[in-house]
Ligand binder design. Structure first.
Ligand SMILES: NC(=O)c1ccc[n+]([C@@H]2O[C@H](COP(=O)([O-])OP(=O)(O)OC[C@H]3O[C@@H](n4cnc5c(N)ncnc54)[C@H](OP(=O)(O)O)[C@@H]3O)[C@@H](O)[C@H]2O)c1
Length: 279
């Protein structure tokens, strides 16, 4: 029987792709989250041990709130070691070390110090945020509103993140590496909206929000205050040009260039990502 891989966050943008790619490669996959085949809840430690039993490698999507990740990821990593896991790939984020807040590095440190064969992936903003997540409703409504001004972001394709994660889980040469992943081109949110509009034949306007307007809209959308503050910080960094640089992680890990934003837009449009649901 082939080795079993646990994917934590298996219903999300990257986890779903990691699980699918591992299965396509003939690996046994335990797909885990609150709503996946294997129930795993960060808030219910009783669900962790069954998920970890007999597992060779783990792809780990952390809890979204840093305060929870700092508390829970080190505990989970300890449990993984005790359960006999050999490899672990942690999904982190690019720029996590830029804020100068040591606490944000606690989850990564717990992985580095675990004794496991580890790899950390630090992606920029996912291109799929426009088609599978937070910005999808706005794209469908034709108005993308964010506090990012003319700042540019090199959106990375979640397929590339998954390819790197799968290589790190199943291949050689990735142990002890921290890969910073970006797409090949930095775009403003307005440019991203325009490209999606061109591919879908609709006008998608970009509206620049000030901090107050962003926090108000996030609160109205039910985003917890801690998360809204983090999102504002990330988007302010984009506005100020701090996140526009390109990273070489996809090439370093896979020996090929990252997928372009245009290729992502074509694929997502062809898959019907921006086709409004029929009434
Ligand atoms: N989105 C980006 O642009 C971006 C960029 C860089 C880094 N990241 C990092 O990627 C991670 C995930 O980001 P995302 O919000 O974009 O992910 P996502 O695609 O929404 O996936 C989140 C996954 O976590 C699961 N989940 C949520 N709450 C859970 C809980 N209490 N217990 C167990 N599983 C739970 C969800 O499944 P269920 O709902 O079924 O539980 C889902 O599978 C974060 O650590 C973020 O910092 C994101």
């Amino acid at each position: 029987m082939s080795e079993t891989f646990l994917v934590v966050g298996a219903t999300g943008k990257t986890g779903r792709r990691v699980a699918a790619a591992l299965r396509e490669g003939g690996r046994q996959v335990r797909a885990a989250s609150r709503s996946a085949e294997t129930r795993f809840d960060w808030q219910d430690e009783a669900t962790w041990a069954p998920a970890l039993e007999g597992v060779h490698g783990v792809y780990l999507v952390q809890p979204t709130l840093p305060s929870q990740a700092q508390q829970l990821v080190p505990r989970f990593v300890e449990r993984a070691v005790a359960a006999g896991v050999r490899r672990l790939v942690l999904l982190s984020a690019r720029g996590i070390d830029a804020a100068g807040d040591e606490k944000l590095l606690i989850p990564e440190r717990s992985v580095r110090e675990s004794g496991l064969t580890w790899t950390i992936v630090r992606p920029t903003w996912f291109a799929q945020n426009f088609s599978e997540a937070v910005f999808l409703p706005q794209i469908l409504e034709g108005v993308l509103a964010a506090p990012t001004g003319e700042g540019k972001e090199p959106f990375v394709d979640a397929d590339d993140i998954a390819d790197v994660a799968v290589a790190a889980l199943t291949g050689e040469g990735h142990a002890g590496r921290t890969y910073e992943l970006s797409g090949p081109e930095a775009l403003t949110f307005g440019e991203a909206a325009a490209r999606i509009g061109a591919a879908t034949g609709r006008e998608i306007r970009f509206v620049d929000l000030d901090d107050e307007a962003f926090l108000k809209s996030a609160t109205e959308a039910g985003v917890p205050a801690e998360h809204a503050g983090i999102l504002l910080g990330l988007q302010t960094a984009i506005r100020n040009g701090y996140d526009a640089h390109l990273s070489t992680g996809v090439r370093d890990a896979l020996g090929r260039e990252p997928r372009s934003f245009d290729a992502y837009v074509r694929a997502a449009a062809a898959a019907g990502a921006w086709t409004p649901p029929a009434n």
